[in-house]
Each structure stands twice: as C-alpha cells, then as structure tokens.
Ligand binder design. Structure first.
Ligand code: GLY
Length: 406
C-alpha cells in the first residue's frame, strides 16, 4: 500500500499535477490561476478604496447611480472591508492595503464596547483578528478581548445561547440565528489568549444548543429560533431573510457549514464534524444546487431556476469545504475539494466576477442580502468578497502544502 501511495505521488509530480502531500489531496486549480484572481482583487479594492465614503464601510454598490453604499461601524458588515484588505495585504505585502485597513480599524475600535449586537465576531474578529495575526500589535489583542467581553454579556445560561437581535421585540423574546455560529471562533480565540475558559465554554454550549434546535431531519437549518429566556424553551422556528419558515435560506446553510467545521477544528469534538458533513451533504446533493454550484438565494426559493443566485453563499461554502475536505476520509475529501474548486472557478469568472474597474470596485457581483426585506437583491456585498478572498488564500496555502487555517 505504501509503495502504491509513493508511486501515485511520484506519478502526479511527474505529470506536473499539484498535490498536497499531507492530506493526499489532488488540487486541480493552478498557482498562476489563484495568483491572477488575487491580483485582480487587489486592483478592484484600489478602485473601491477611492470611492468609499469617509467615515464609512463599503456595504454594496448601486450601478444605476454609480454609488458605493456605506455603513457605519456598528453595522454587521463593518469588519469585512478591513478584513479583505488584510488578506490581500498578506498575499501581496502591498503596504498601502495595510494602511487603508488600519484607517478603518481606527473607526471600528469603538465597537468593542457594543453590547447591543451579536455580530461582534464578524465586526471585530474578521478585522482586528486578522490585524493581530499579521502585525502582532498588542493594542489589537486588547481591543479583541474587550470585544469578546461585550459579546458574552448577551449569553443566557438558561437558554445556552448568545442572543442575536434586540430588534422585533414584539415578535421574538430571545432570537438566535444560525449566523451566530460564526462568533464561536472569536470566543475560542479569547479563551486561548486570555487563559480564561469561560469564552470557550459559552462557545461549546451555544454550538450544542444550536445543534439541538436549529436543524431539521434533513440537516437543513431554520434561520431564527426564538427562545423563552426564563425557561430556555423553544418558542418559534422561523425565518427572517429566507423564503419561508420551512425553507433553507442559502446563507444560513453556509454559516452552519462553516460554523460546525470550525468548531470541530477548535474542539476536536466529532459531533461537530458529523454535523458539518451532514450539512455539506444537504447542500451538495440538493436538487436545486445549480451545476456551477453557486446556490440560489434560498434552496427552496419560489421560481427556481428563474430567481437570484447568492454569490456570498457560494464563497462561504467554498471556504468552509476547503477546510472540511481536510478532516474527512479520502472519498469525501475528493468530493468536498472538487465542489469547492468548482465554486472558486465559477466565482472567478463571469457572471460573478466583475470586470476590472466596474462594480464600484467590489470583486463579485450577484449576491442577495435580504430579499424578503426588499434589500440588497442581486448586488455586490462586502462579505461575498471577504469569503471569496479567504477561499483563495486557503487554496493558495494548500498549493504550498501549508496549514490552511490562518
Ligand atoms: N448575518 C446576516 C446575513 O448573513 O445576512
């Protein structure tokens, strides 16, 4: 058997096929292809940088008026623009990207004291988390630890979750959305750095409660679970951004896949790996997943195939599948890696990838923010760009035989 593996590896190398020896994975996208995508992304972000409104964070772009829509630092999307700049800086060592990211980090810092949202993982960890990793600046570490303290004020031990939203108080008492899984990497980091295990205990409990209540028998997830904060009982299972309470909102499935994959990495609890695998199977075997593997905005959206795609879901799923492909057996690994490669290839071409100089400088087109709210339909979105660039970064590291987790 060892001789067989050795022979296969030699054959791949002889044929000039890239392969990542550690996981035995055969990579089909070439280094030059990935590098070109990153180069294009940098060119685009320099276009975007010139148009971002002062004191704001780019959210989307309206082609009809040629206007970049900005958001304040308290928006859930504020961390993605500096985060993307930091990934691009890491790739290129182009200092101007770091300088622009730092300008936005200064604006963002005050959100470390924001106790009114669960989105601090997106806002602070995607931004300051990458900044700390790349610069080692202790100031960033302290901002992150203060923010983690703010985030856990929203934790209710009776429910076993962090409360997501304070809005719609007449409708929900203690809403928890599947997106909230994305905070858990931040909390795990906070325990590791501070030595205080309270953050990681909250992360595990939140993940376990989500696993128990958010999923249907087919492993698709509800968007919103509303809890009774006094008893912890589930009051409602609903949607906010999806097509229906019973539907599979695409980005929700993406957050769940990414969240449970990451929780397996950080805890080595096999239950999370199994859950991530089930979610991946739901997505990849879904009859409504198109051949280019970029989902419609909801897997059960009315009018499929005559409705909108969501490139942001494709980007998040691609990044998550690259990671998951490293934790599973060879056959699943090939499936997950192949699907991620298809997604990256699709996103790196028309109609998703914008032509250079267009799209206000955003990299990707065709995402959906909140269709039922009639907001951000078929537009560029900063988080689509962030997870796309993250997927490119992860893939590049696989090509280099490095650990893909940064
Ligand atoms: N976390 C909000 C969204 O995914 O739209």
């Amino acid at each position: 058997m060892r001789k067989f593996i050795f022979t296969m590896a030699t054959l791949f190398l002889a044929a000039g096929i890239s392969c990542q020896q550690a996981a035995g994975q055969q990579l089909t996208l070439k280094k030059q292809f990935i590098e070109q995508q990153v180069k294009d992304a940098i060119t685009q972000y320099k276009v975007l940088q010139k148009q971002v409104p002062d004191g704001k964070f780019p959210r989307t772009y309206t082609a009809a008026t040629d206007v970049i829509e900005g958001a304040g630092s308290n928006s859930w999307i504020s961390g993605f623009y500096p985060g993307t700049l930091l990934y691009l800086y890491e790739f290129s060592q182009d200092k101007s990207l770091l300088v622009e990211a730092q300008k936005k980090l200064d604006l963002l810092e005050k959100e470390k004291n924001n106790k009114g949202t669960h989105d601090l993982g997106f806002m602070l960890y995607c931004s300051f988390g990458n900044a700390y990793r790349l610069t080692g600046d202790e100031r960033y570490k302290n901002i992150l630890l203060t923010g983690a303290g703010s985030l856990i004020t929203r934790y209710n031990p009776t429910v076993g979750c962090i409360k997501s939203w304070d809005h719609n108080g007449d409708k929900w008492k203690f809403p928890v959305i599947i997106d909230n899984m994305m905070n858990l990497e931040y909390l795990e980091w906070a325990s590791k750095v501070s030595g205080d295990k309270k953050y990681k205990d909250i992360a595990s409990t939140h993940a376990n409660t989500t696993l128990k209540n958010h999923f249907r028998p087919d492993y698709s997830s509800y968007h919103v679970i509303d809890y009774d904060p006094e008893t912890g009982n589930v009051l409602h299972k609903q949607t906010h951004q999806g097509a229906a309470d019973t539907s599979a909102w695409a980005r929700g499935q993406a957050w769940g896949l990414y969240g449970f994959t990451m929780m397996y990495r950080l805890t080595k609890d096999k239950v999370y790996l199994d859950q991530a695998g089930h979610i991946a199977e739901f997505i990849l075997h879904n009859p409504n997943l198109p051949a280019d593997k970029i989902p419609f905005w909801d897997f059960d959206a009315p009018g499929i195939p005559n409705t909108y795609r969501d490139a942001s879901s494709g980007a998040i799923i691609a990044s998550a599948l690259l990671e998951l492909s490293q934790y599973v057996d060879a056959s699943k690994s090939t499936t997950y890696l192949g699907a991620a490669e298809t997604m990256i290839k699709s996103l790196s071409a028309a109609p998703y990838k914008a032509t250079i100089g267009s799209n206000g400088g955003f990299i990707l087109q065709h995402s959906v923010g909140h269709l039922p709210g009639n907001s951000e339909i078929d537009v560029p979105l900063s988080y689509a760009d962030y997870y796309y660039v993250e997927a490119l970064t992860r893939y590049q590291r696989m090509l280099e035989g490095k650990n893909i987790i940064l």
